[in-house]
Design a protein around this ligand. Structure first.
Ligand code: PEP
Ligand code: MG
Length: 886
């Protein structure tokens, strides 16, 4: 079994096996770019290790063989006392998990080879001892779980003794002393001396990388990003190159376009005389990449050339890590870079213009989750609000909330329902839970590539990084800025697009993308690159998609907005929402009616009100289908709460008042009380039990349609019966409805369809029979999920879903994204059997899943005609329906 690949043996398509980093190092090697030589240990070796707790047979020998060939290529032996080869050991999973797993640099250094390294570096003792102390520190922390602060403290002590704040002021002797101190710390915590044998160092570091796959923060990150838990990580063993050899050396990060806005140009950070993760960690302040031109023109030009070649090759935004060792440029990593939602659209549009990709590919490169982010509101700024600081707009959005300084406090307050902004000098992987809980993240240090920036962008969370006017004091739970002190609990607002920070809560307004969908921004006239790109890609999605997109709307205003957003009809008008407010009393009278006459009076009072509701909606949706669902929820929801009523009656009786009416009400409420209202007198059951209720609604719908049509409009009503489980239920309602429709519609030319929801599992399983009586099906995936899993939709998410997510029983709530295998199977069966019984049967979905990107793809696959979702989700569904085709 082949567990180890030389860089020259891999390519970018082997990410499953070599991880993203390994696959791309191989690709760059084969493109002829200057990559330090090395090899990759596969994810399969990692998986085997994690399964059995030991390295698989043959791995050690393969590593030996590849190490030997690396040594031959470099002309040096690992840890050789005279002229050592040093290597870095880097994790690299299939999906990038920034800072989540482990890296160990300078493997191969020991008490003897440190001298050889100094000689190699032209007698640079300082560099050699600094490299050695970094090895003990990283190795101690990541391989042997020595607490990192102990090393930090020892470093601080050394600086204090020297009277400096700057690492660079420590000389060779200071660093040699520090190595001794580090070794003692290492021995104290591990009960053994720091390993001197280079190969042992290498093997332990590789094992630590394997194990880091299951580190808690990596597990949390994967869950958040929905990365499967069983992929494992690859391990890259790479010949070391040094960015810390002096002023002619350095290390940096580069993007081929701005990952924030998508604008073309040169973006990145450079840090002279530094090694490894210094840039990403935001330890010292970096300079913009452009300044490298002054520092080292030759390397700069070379880097720009490679950036252009990589972008041409990958046909996408690339991000790059590089090191310059004494004027020689080395490429340490590249990958297709993460980007904000806005940048994703803008870059996709640019790449089409540049002829690198076509529109289908552009559509593939963006997604509905990104579009949803672009529809977030943004700050509405007037004179009242002046920023107190400006950092880097690291991840867009507008967030206000109470300031907190620790991850734990963020989690605590968020659980109480508060919006919080996590404020740190810089974040590290231990802050992950707090970052997830927070509305936004604000740091005083670090660039666009700092941990906070990268992770926040990945989560789609608002982030301002590097706001260096902020003086953050975490232990004192406060920060100062512009002469003011902000304490824990004070409210701030941060704009992740502009990087600006405001004190207090700034009001918000609709984003440009929403203004565009509202028809307030003309994409042809606009000079906004984002609006143009969104328009172009949406237009293409609309051309491609087969699925129609409707909306769930109960009012004329919602219907109108959804139509502007591109809705092609209403897939669900929930009529129960029309019985609230002033009309509640009428409903109460209906429920309490003890004679036919009383009931008919109550219904007659409701009829004209309902008719007006429908007229308004039919007018807004002129010419488009409107599915009106007959009333669904339990009637007791329209009555006063039992306890309150009981108290009122008791008090009134005490006072000797006439309580006959209240007593009747109380009796009715008692009669209708249900232990499980979701499984009680709802939907069609109500229609069968309360005479005249459905009939009134059907009449109101038909009369409204006739009126709209007579006045020159075009109404296309589709009456939908909820909660049907047996065809007989539907037949009964339908027979009555058809009579009323025939009578009302006459020769007006109005056509009214009658169909049913499929939201009870029994309906899905008897869909063939039900289709005989239904002109359309609409899947109510909310109830279908509730009854399919037996999960009360109002209770379970807060109660125990966290545990199910933790255990991986599902990766996302089945109420949010359709459970393809279970509930989805019910949909598939009903679609197939329904269409078999009635060819061409119209099929749609109106549960919340209709606006969920993954679910839209599923509904496309099973052949539904349309999805229906809330107005704001309509553009998302249009985009995803287009993406489902390509
Ligand atoms: C459903 O059950 O999916 C549905 C759309 O109906 P409601 O959410 O109103 O129960
Ligand atoms: Mg339902």
């Amino acid at each position: 079994h082949k567990y180890v690949y030389d860089f020259a043996e891999g390519n970018k398509d082997l990410k499953d096996l070599l991880g993203g980093k390994g696959a791309n190092l191989a690709e760059m090697t084969n493109l002829g770019l200057p990559v330090p030589p090395g090899f990759t240990i596969t994810t399969e070796a990692c998986k085997a290790y994690l399964a059995t707790g030991r390295e698989p047979d043959g791995l050690a020998a393969q590593i030996e063989a590849h190490l030997e060939s690396l040594e031959r290529e470099m002309g040096r032996k690992l840890g050789d006392p005279q002229d050592p080869l040093l290597v870095s050991v880097r994790s690299g999973a299939k999906f990038s998990m920034p800072g989540m797993m482990e890296t160990v640099l300078n493997v191969g250094l020991n008490d003897r080879s440190v001298v050889g390294l100094s000689a190699q570096a032209g007698g640079n003792d300082r560099f050699a001892w600094d490299s050695y102390r970094r090895l003990i520190q990283m190795f101690g922390k990541t391989v042997c779980e020595v607490p990192g602060e102990e090393f930090e403290h020892a470093l601080d002590d050394a600086k204090r003794a020297k009277g400096t704040q700057n690492d660079l002021d420590l000389d060779a002797d200071d660093l040699r002393g520090l190595v001794d101190a580090y070794k003692k710390i290492f021995a104290k915590h591990t009960g053994r001396e720091f390993p001197q044998e280079p190969r042992e160092q290498l093997d332990l570091a590789i094992r630590a990388v394997f194990e880091s796959w299951n580190a808690e923060r990596a597990v949390v990150y994967r869950r958040q990003e929905r990365i499967p838990a069983d992929l494992g990580t690859a391990v890259n063993v790479v010949a070391m190159v040094f960015g810390n050899l002096g002023a002619d050396s350095g290390t940096g990060v580069a993007f081929t376009r701005d990952p924030g806005s998508g604008a073309q140009g040169i973006y990145g950070d450079y840090l002279a005389n530094a090694q490894g993760e210094d840039v990403v960690a935001g330890i010292r302040n970096t300079v913009p990449l452009q300044e490298l031109e002054q520092i080292d023109k030759k390397s700069y030009d070379e880097l720009l050339d490679y950036m252009a070649r990589l972008e041409e090759h990958y046909k996408d935004l690339c991000d790059i890590e590089f090191t310059i060792e004494r004027g020689k440029l080395w490429m340490l990593q590249t990958r297709v870079g993460k980007r904000t939602a806005a940048a994703a659209f803008v870059i996709a549009g640019q790449l089409v213009d540049e002829g690198l990709i076509d529109l289908d590919e552009a559509l593939h490169r963006v997604n509905g989750a990104q579009l949803a982010q672009l529809m977030f509101p943004r700050f509405q700024l007037d004179h009242e609000f002046q920023p107190v600081a400006k950092g880097i707009g690291a991840s867009p959005g507008a967030a206000s909330g109470k300031v907190v300084f620790t991850s734990a406090r963020a989690v605590e307050l968020a659980a109480e329902g508060e919006s919080v902004i996590l404020v740190r000098r810089e974040t590290n992987p231990d802050d992950l839970n707090g970052m997830i809980a927070a509305k936004g993240i604000l740091t005083s240090r670090g660039g666009k590539t700092s941990h906070a920036a990268v992770v926040a962008r990945g989560m789609g969370k608002t982030c301002v990084s590097g706001a260096d006017e902020l003086d953050v004091n975490v232990p004192a739970k406060k920060f100062t800025v512009a002469g003011q002190t902000v304490n824990e609990g004070d409210v701030v607002s941060i704009d992740g697009t502009t990087g600006k920070v405001y004190l207090g809560e700034v009001p918000v307004m609709p984003s440009e993308v929403v203004q565009y969908f509202e028809g307030e921004l003309d994409p042809e006239q606009s000079d906004d690159a984002l609006v143009k790109a969104v328009h172009r890609i949406m237009t293409h999605a609309d051309e491609k998609r087969r699925l129609r997109v409707r909306t769930n709307a109960d009012t004329g205003a919602d219907a109108a907005r959804a139509r502007r957003f591109g809705a092609e009809g209403i897939g669900l008008c929930r009529t129960e929402h029309m019985f609230l407010g002033d009309r509640r009393e009428l409903v109460e009278r209906l429920i309490l009616a003890s004679t036919d006459e009383e009931r008919e009076k109550a219904l007659a009072a409701l009829l004209p009100l309902q008719r007006e509701d429908f007229i308004e909606i039919f007018r807004e949706m002129d010419g488009l289908p409107v599915t009106v669902r007959l009333i669904d929820p339990p009637l007791h929801e329209f009555l006063p709460p039992l306890e309150q009523l009981a108290v009122n009656v008791a008090v009134a009786q005490e006072r000797g008042e006439d309580v006959a009416k209240e007593e009747a009400l109380l009796a009715a409420v008692r009669r209708m009380h249900e232990e499980n209202p979701m499984l009680g007198l709802r939907g069609v059951r109500l229609g069968l039990v309360i005479p005249g209720l459905f009939a009134m609604q059907v009449r109101a719908i038909a009369e409204a349609a006739v009126e709209v049509t007579r006045s020159g409009g075009s109404a296309c009503p589709e009456i939908m019966v909820p909660l049907v489980g047996a065809v007989q239920e539907l037949e009964t309602v339908r027979a009555e409805a058809e009579k009323i429709i025939a009578e009302v519609v006459g020769d007006s030319g109005v056509e009214v369809l009658i169909g049913t929801m499929i939201e009870v599992p029994r309906a899905a399983l008897t869909a063939g029979q039900i289709a005989e009586a239904a002109q359309f099906f609409s899947f109510g995936t909310n109830d279908l999920t509730q009854m399919g899993w037996g999960f009360s939709r109002d209770d379970v998410e807060g109660a125990f879903f966290w545990r199910y997510l933790e255990l991986g029983i599902f990766g996302i709530s089945p109420f949010e994204s359709i459970d393809r295998e279970g509930v989805g199977r019910l949909v598939r069966i009903a679609a197939e059997e329904g269409r078999a019984a009635r060819p061409g049967l119209k099929l749609g979905v109106c549960g919340e899943h209709g606006g969920d990107p993954d679910s839209v793809h599923f509904f496309h696959e099973v052949g539904l005609d349309y999805v229906s979702c809330s107005p704001f989700r309509v553009p998302v569904a249009r985009l995803e329906a287009g993406r489902a085709v390509i």
